[in-house]
Design a protein around this ligand. Structure first.
Ligand code: F6R
Length: 247
């Protein structure tokens, strides 16, 4: 795992965007794995600035990590809506260029299998962008998710629902179920970029980087991947034993 600590969240996003562009530039198919949530906002803004400055991402295709079950696609907090609004539009991609798991499918198991098949048909994911939950989740793979898990329906932990309730009117409005890429699906990405900022993430970052590799801390399973880079602000890096030089 490489760790890059920047002066703040915006700078971490800019540093992460540079690596994403570099990794995409050496790939012929150009497939991006897309996280939602607050953490990757600065990264998407930096990518959008690169596009405005002339970078051409128009052939990039993407796959979102996850989607709530039970929210209509048009709901402003569905990941379909967020990916279109915060990723596809700013990067100049057609909305259809980024697939999102079908949270409204009558049969989530078949929808999950179809999603895996679509990723495989695209040639796999070149760069997977990740955030991290305060409980160490990646995607919506909560603690205890098997190392070999693939895209599937999952139940969200109460702590995850509480954390995400900031985007909803009340906790009751936050869905309890989701479809998420599995741990194994994520680990198959050729390159992984995890972005985290703020003190609330410091403990999960420490346990993921310096703790044991365990399904109880899903992000620690990234230690077994050969191309993972964590982009942190000083607060998220504050509990690491050795803080690398600033980038
Ligand atoms: C989002 C996702 C989650 C978030 C994590 C952190 O698609 O899969 O794993 O990355 O919950 O969320 P934020 O960035 O909002 O703190």
């Amino acid at each position: 795992m490489r760790i890059v600590v920047s002066a703040g969240p915006e700078e971490a996003g800019e540093a992460a965007a540079r690596l994403v562009l570099q990794r995409l530039s050496v790939s012929s198919g150009r497939v991006l794995g897309v996280a939602t949530g607050s953490s990757p906002g600065p990264l998407y803004r930096a990518l959008a600035a690169s596009v405005r400055a002339g970078a051409d991402l128009s052939d990039v295709r993407g796959f979102a990590l996850d989607e709530y079950i039970g929210l209509p696609r048009e709901h402003p907090q569905s990941y379909h809506s967020i990916v279109e609004r915060d990723v596809a539009m700013p990067l100049g991609l057609r909305p259809e260029a980024i697939l999102v798991p079908e949270g409204q499918a009558p049969d989530p198991t078949s929808a999950a299998a179809a999603y895996e098949a679509a990723i495989a048909a695209a040639g796999g994911i070149d760069v997977q962008i990740l955030g991290i939950g305060t409980n160490g989740h990646i995607g919506f793979n909560e603690p205890g998710s098997p190392r070999g898990s693939r895209t599937r329906m999952v139940r969200l932990e109460e702590s995850t629902r509480r954390a995400n309730s900031r985007f909803f009117r009340s906790l009751d409005d936050v869905p309890t179920l989701a479809i998420t890429q599995g741990v194994s699906t994520i680990l198959e990405a050729r390159s992984i970029v995890l972005i985290a900022s703020g003190e609330a993430k410091a403990s999960a970052v420490r346990r993921s980087v310096q703790g044991a590799t365990t399904e109880d801390m899903p992000a620690s399973l990234l230690q077994g991947h050969r191309d993972v880079t964590l982009f942190l602000d000083p607060a998220a890096a504050s509990l690491l034993d050795r803080v690398p030089a600033k980038a």
